[in-house]
Ligand binder design. Structure first.
Ligand SMILES: NC(=O)c1ccc[n+]([C@@H]2O[C@H](COP(=O)([O-])OP(=O)(O)OC[C@H]3O[C@@H](n4cnc5c(N)ncnc54)[C@H](OP(=O)(O)O)[C@@H]3O)[C@@H](O)[C@H]2O)c1
Length: 268
């Protein structure tokens, strides 16, 4: 049996939509077709892991994420889990100045040391992140004119589904990017064309971006992490195009134009 954590989130819900084998979804609130468990409650995780062979591990990037995921890995090992598919991040590195990339690298190391087989999915910036970023046709970020090989979350879900259900993905790390590296100005241009509506991107200083995300309710730790993340994007450290989606799924990565067309109703 497969356990899907983060099942209500962006990637988790895309993944549960396409899985064609039986699985157990883990959610914080019990529903008729999920098991209730909380990363902060080890006893609930132990229960959720009973009889599980493969796991999809994802939490959001909070201050607790590293501890939550490391505890989860220890409990999974104890429960006899064979394979962990971990949603990590592009450029995960223990020495990165970006806190999200440091914690992902620490969890990857813990999984490697556990002896369980693993698949690490390291996606670049999610295209679908724009769905909540754009308000009244405008969006902003502290990213300048940097190109980013942004990726469609449906390709990440496809990679996770393949790793969970097919052989050949054991002990592999997939860097998941889109098929092109584009600037935020180009994203706005493509969206304007596809939606037939003026969408504008404005570059802002990091302090302005931080103030806006704090105002939107982000905890300070997360807001600071986001600013570190965008400083890394602004340096074009996430502009490389990789064959990760093709290698993991057997199909080409979706383009930004395809994303814009498919999500036009959601933007409008
Ligand atoms: N955004 C990007 O561009 C980007 C790029 C690369 C990598 N990533 C990585 O993607 C990950 C986030 O993925 P996502 O966007 O799919 O996340 P998300 O939409 O924020 O979903 C987070 C999921 O975790 C669950 N969760 C949170 N706290 C929990 C707890 N204490 N116990 C049990 N479940 C809990 C949430 O459940 P509830 O519904 O109950 O809250 C939700 O299902 C992060 O690790 C981030 O580093 C993001």
């Amino acid at each position: 049996m497969i356990l899907i954590t983060g099942a209500t989130g962006t990637i988790g819900s895309a993944l549960t939509k396409i899985l064609t084998v039986p699985y157990r979804a883990m959610t914080r609130t019990a529903t008729h077709n999920s098991i209730q468990a909380d990363f902060n409650n080890p006893a609930s995780i132990e229960k959720a892991l009973q009889g599980i062979e493969k796991v999809f591990l994802l939490t959001n990037s909070s201050e607790q994420a590293e501890n939550q995921q490391i505890t989860f890995v220890e409990l999974a090992k104890k429960a006899g889990v064979k394979h962990i598919v971990k949603l990590s991040q592009w450029a995960a590195d223990k020495d990165s100045p970006v806190r999200f990339l440091r914690y992902h690298a620490a969890v990857e190391e813990k999984i490697r040391e556990s002896g369980m087989t693993y698949t690490f999915l390291r996606p670049n910036l999610f295209m679908q992140g724009l769905l909540s970023f754009i308000q009244q046709g405008k969006f902003f970020a502290a990213v300048g004119n940097a190109r980013i090989s942004t990726v469609d979350i449906r390709d990440i879900a496809d990679a996770a589904a393949a790793a969970l259900t097919q052989p050949g993905h054991e002990n592999k790390t997939y860097n998941l990017t889109g098929p092109e590296a584009i600037t935020h100005y180009q994203m706005a241009e493509t969206l304007s064309k596809v939606l037939n509506k003026n969408i504008t991107f404005t570059d802002v200083p990091p302090a302005a971006m931080r103030a806006a995300v704090i105002q939107a309710g982000f905890p300070e730790w997360q807001a600071d992490g986001l600013i570190e993340d965008y400083a890394h994007y602004a340096k074009e450290e996430a502009a490389t195009i990789t064959p990760g989606v093709l290698e993991a799924t057997g199909h080409a990565a979706r383009s930004f134009a395809t994303f814009a067309q498919d999500y036009a109703p959601a933007f409008l």
